[in-house]
Design a protein around this ligand. Sequence first.
Ligand code: ADP
Length: 485
Amino acid sequence: MASKSSSLRVLFVTTELAPFSKVGGLGDVAGSLPKALRQAGVDVRVVTPAWPGVLERAEAAGLKTTTARSKVYAAYDWRIHSANIIKADVDKVPTYFLKAEDYSGDMYPSQLNFWTASPFAVFCMQALELKDAIDWEPDIYHCHDWTSAFLPCALAWHRHYRQTGGKSIMTLHNVAYQGVFEPSPFLDASGLEPWSFNSSTMEYYGQVNLLKGGIVAATAVSTVSPTYANEIQTYESTRELSGILYQQRSKLRGIINGLDTKFWDPVGDKSIPANFSVKDLKGKAACKKELLKRAGFDTESDAPVIVCVSRLVEQKGFDMVFNAAKQIAETGAKLIVLGSGQDWIENGMLQAQSSYPQSIKLFKGYDEPLSHLLYAGGDIFLMPSVFEPCGLSQMISMRYGTVPVVREVGGLRDTVFDVDRPEGGNGFTFLTCDVDGMMWALRRAVERYYDKEAWKKIMLEGMREDFTWDKSAGLYKEMYEDLMQ
Ligand code: ADP
């Protein structure tokens, strides 16, 4: 007889899926957690939109795709939306890419309104309809962030879907993004019952808030680190959803993200000039040299290289970084940043670069291969986030022997421990969210770097951390099983 866990069927409903579509951490998680869950015996499958370029990237990665004979249909805004179902096994995870006119624009709209939010609602309904087309019915729909939060709302409040009795989990990768827009004509066109729009459900200052609806409607809610799960019940970074999260706390749990440790591995990484490992660190020096060369700095310099790979948005604390440009330059370290985002932050960083061209370099843009070189070639990884649900970059940097300097917040607090604690640690942390706080930790790191023995010990501590998904996949499985009780 099949065991309980092997019969547990979970559909991941996600609008990002690394390496085919990724904006941030959600893409990484959707690309790696299902693999670990399958290994843990859960029959997990993934559905995701085939945004422009996604199928081309899947093909380039050598995936064998087949187009299902039947399409999937959803009724929304008084018409039928159909999508082709293109199936591929991604590392043995059955994955359904939905290809339709609805997904032919930019992945995420810059302005949210009824029309630009429609693809996300349509996607959720098509995910609910998929079962008939693929002859496989999930026990649980596992949704992620506001972009698939319409699904739990539909299961709770849609005229048709609320009769179907499905279970859903809402995982919060970042509560600051909520999917907020004007209610008209959404309430009429979505098929949700009119009573679903009130202050204890999805109404939010007169607007629709999909994430709020998803949190209230889902059978269970999780977020991506234990500390963030506590913080969001009181913390301002939720843009005022903390009251709802506090109210819903009995169904909320925090499970730390893992990494795709095969993909992020200095031993086998093909996008870095030399490989290295815990046993043999020599290759890291070649990576540093190449990074200094790419940045236009003296390749013989022994000064510590501080790196950042990040979206340049307020959340990541980069105003502290450019406001500290002078102090950073005065430490003698080099700062190399890869990122793009809000204009005022990009401009601040560009200004810092032009004021201290011998010390600061900004690579503006999103560049996956270059990010590997920064992780591998850096000495110190700086991540001074104002808030951080989990953060993957600090874990990646530790895998590559680049010592993190982080603010003690959210998932950073759960993964980086200050070396100056009596029991030792794997990085440097600070709490006060200002230039002085950050520089206090950064200066300690820069000074310690010159003590080669001590530094090596810290590097190895980070490289030896277990960032696999094994433990967290077990916790997700437990959550699924609890839901099926
Ligand atoms: P968030 O999800 O808030 O953006 P995370 O630390 O959880 O932050 O994940 C960020 C992911 O995106 C990491 O894999 C990081 O390497 C990647 N990333 C961020 N900015 C860039 C960039 N400019 N170029 C390449 N990769 C980037």
